[in-house]
Design a protein around this ligand. Structure first.
Ligand SMILES: [Zn+2]
Length: 605
């Protein structure tokens, strides 16, 4: 690719969503959508439950609902782009409020569907989803049917939804408010103190200077300690509400719902964690090798994301970043390289570093246009180049899905990071092989990559172990602050073993980790480890089989919203993810990277 076509920092083009924000096209679009939703709700309300006589009318409602959801997502995706790229503009958060209200209206039709499906028997339902217009979205419909089996009466479900606003969701909001306002006082080496917002805590703990990291860790935890009773009350109430609802919905185990959302079975989760426990020395060894390079035996929990103290390389230009990603993709996966080129040429990427942009990166897409947009801020680091590859991987997944019906394009969190990690890996292989990247940079890249691995295999496993132990005990009553601390310390010691220094635990991690307080979902942890290990397996197969593997890879991505994860992987890869050996192989594949790390570090010292 010639650099001249892509050298300026990129500002994306959003006209394919709407010509202008809240211009006549967009206003008409919204009015039509909201009118259609009202009409559809009225129609669904007066429908009898699903039976052969009502099947044709329900089909019509479902097709209209699928289409309305797609239009709402188009609008929402557009506003996500604007909110991120123009963070100071107040019009976009206002628009977000209207989107949320429209989504709530659409969700009321979902309640009617659940009600209508609840009385349908297996045979009748099977006949219904075999109708030609519904067959391509059969899996999505089967999931609604499955949800209906675990629902209370419509009146009770409506009451629960209303009460949740001032109950479980209010606890989540309280936590967000309190934690958002939290400050900590950092004492620097020269004796000066500085008050910092908690939003800077994590990056300060990951400082290359471990003394700053430790000072930040201790100061931050004093702040968390000051709100420990409120955090404990919120955590107890959030879990308590869930356990009550599970009981009334006849869910037998607290993992049933998170597993359903993740699209996997219990035995798959158990197989994965059995393998993680069996191979736990591998990520622990990485931390020990890293500690040894710093003249120590192990690390403290707070520094698990801190990089090796190596000098940052020269900043890269955008055109050089584009060339690195483009070449790495095109060399081994030409179709991915071509899609990347198309994204650049069509203005689908926003990378300019300027004021009033939100931090972070994401990929969003519209099922209406079949197009994707990547958002990021390019500051010239190798990490930014990796982000570009990662988000382009998401975009490629979205592109492959665009041939499917809207409701068959919704994949679970367990498959959400497959394509992004795969693309990241292709870039990394390209960079490791490149003579243009020096050893210091290679070391920093691999260190970051493996630190991520250790977070996914150790930190996330700690969170899962803690949350499981907490839910187990919460069934018998509320837990005290000291019990939360005990459970958290025990989970860290058990998972990290000797790679964690004595006294290196973080007893307040249950309070400081936002993920435990998300009111909409529990166990926001295991899908990360799952997705990472699955992606690593695909990478290993690609290494072995080369480009011949790519049609299978693409089949997996294309089917990611059409079946259970077990079935999707079995059909595309001929692999059984309920077997422990599948996961063991995925983890053992990491020994290659660990060996490379050891070698790069010993060359350095
Ligand atoms: Zn991602």
């Amino acid at each position: 690719m010639t650099t001249s076509t892509v050298s300026p920092p990129m500002v994306w083009s959003l006209e394919r969503y709407f010509p202008v924000f809240n211009g006549p096209e967009m206003t008409t679009f919204k009015e039509k959508l909201q009118g259609d939703i009202l009409q559809l709700t009225a129609n669904a309300r007066q429908m009898p439950d699903l039976d052969p006589a009502s099947a044709a009318s329900w089909e019509k409602i479902i097709l209209a609902l699928e289409e309305a959801q797609m239009r709402l997502e188009h609008w929402s995706s557009y506003v996500s782009c604007l909110e991120a790229a123009h963070a100071a503009d107040e019009a976009y958060p206002r628009e977000r409020g209207e989107i949320n209200r429209t989504q709530a209206a659409l969700d009321r039709i979902d309640i009617e569907l659940v009600r209508a499906f609840k009385t349908a028997d297996a045979e009748g339902f099977e006949a219904f989803v075999q109708r030609p217009a519904l067959k391509p979205i059969a899996y999505a419909l089967e999931r609604i049917h499955a949800r209906s089996r675990f629902s209370m009466s419509p009146a009770l479900e409506r009451l629960a939804t209303d009460l949740n606003l001032d109950g479980i969701q209010a606890w989540g909001r309280l936590y967000d408010r309190l934690s958002g306002k939290l400050n900590f006082t950092l004492r620097l080496a020269d004796g000066k103190t500085e008050v910092k917002p908690i939003s800077q805590w994590r990056s300060l703990m990951a400082h290359t200077d471990r003394r700053i990291g430790r000072a930040a860790f201790e100061a931050g935890n004093r702040a968390w300690q000051s709100i420990e009773d409120t955090c404990a009350a919120a955590l107890n109430a959030i879990a308590g509400t869930r356990l009550t609802l599970y009981r009334h919905r006849k869910r037998h185990h607290f993992l049933d719902e998170p597993l359903f959302k993740a699209g996997i079975e219990r035995r798959t989760l158990d197989a994965m964690y059995a393998a993680v426990r069996e191979c736990i020395d591998l990520p622990r060894d990485f931390l020990k090798i890293k500690a040894a390079a710093m003249g120590r035996r192990n690390i403290a929990f707070f520094e698990r994301e801190a990089p090796l103290p190596v000098a940052a390389g020269e900043p890269l230009s955008w055109s050089r970043a584009v060339a690195l990603v483009g070449r790495a993709f095109t060399d081994v996966y030409p179709a991915l390289g071509a899609h990347f080129r198309r994204m650049l040429q069509s203005g689908w990427i926003e990378s300019e570093a300027r004021a009033n942009k939100r931090p972070g990166a994401f990929c969003t897409r519209s099922k209406m246009t079949g197009e994707q947009r990547v958002y990021m801020t390019f500051n010239g680091t190798l990490g930014d180049v990796t982000t570009l590859a990662h988000e382009t991987g998401h975009a490629w997944h979205g592109h492959l899905l665009s041939t499917m019906r809207p409701w068959s394009q919704n994949y679970p969190m367990t498959l959400a990071e497959t394509a992004s990690i795969f693309a990241e890996h292709i870039l990394a292989e390209g960079l490791y092989a490149s003579p243009e990247v020096d050893d210091d940079q290679k070391r920093a890249m691999l260190d970051e990559d493996l630190s991520g691995m250790a977070v996914l295999l150790l930190d996330i496993t700690t969170r899962f172990a803690f949350e499981s132990a907490f839910y187990e005990e919460r069934q018998a009553g509320e837990l005290s602050v000291s019990r939360f601390k005990q459970l958290m310390v025990a989970a860290q010691q058990e998972t990290y073993g000797a790679s964690l220094a004595a006294d290196g635990e973080d007893p307040y991690f249950w309070a400081s980790k936002l993920h435990f307080y998300i009111s909409a979902l529990s166990f926001y942890n295991f899908p990360y480890t799952f997705g990472y290990l699955l992606a690593r397996t695909l990478v290993a197969r690609f290494r072995e089989e080369g480009q011949a593997f790519l049609p299978r890879y693409e089949a997996l991505l294309t089917a990611s919203g059409s079946n259970t994860v077990e079935t999707v992987v079995a059909q595309a890869l001929d692999e059984d993810i309920t077997r422990r050996a599948f996961w063991r192989d995925a983890i053992r594949g990491l020994t290659v990277d660990l060996g490379r790390y050891r070698k790069l570090l010993s060359a350095h010292t």
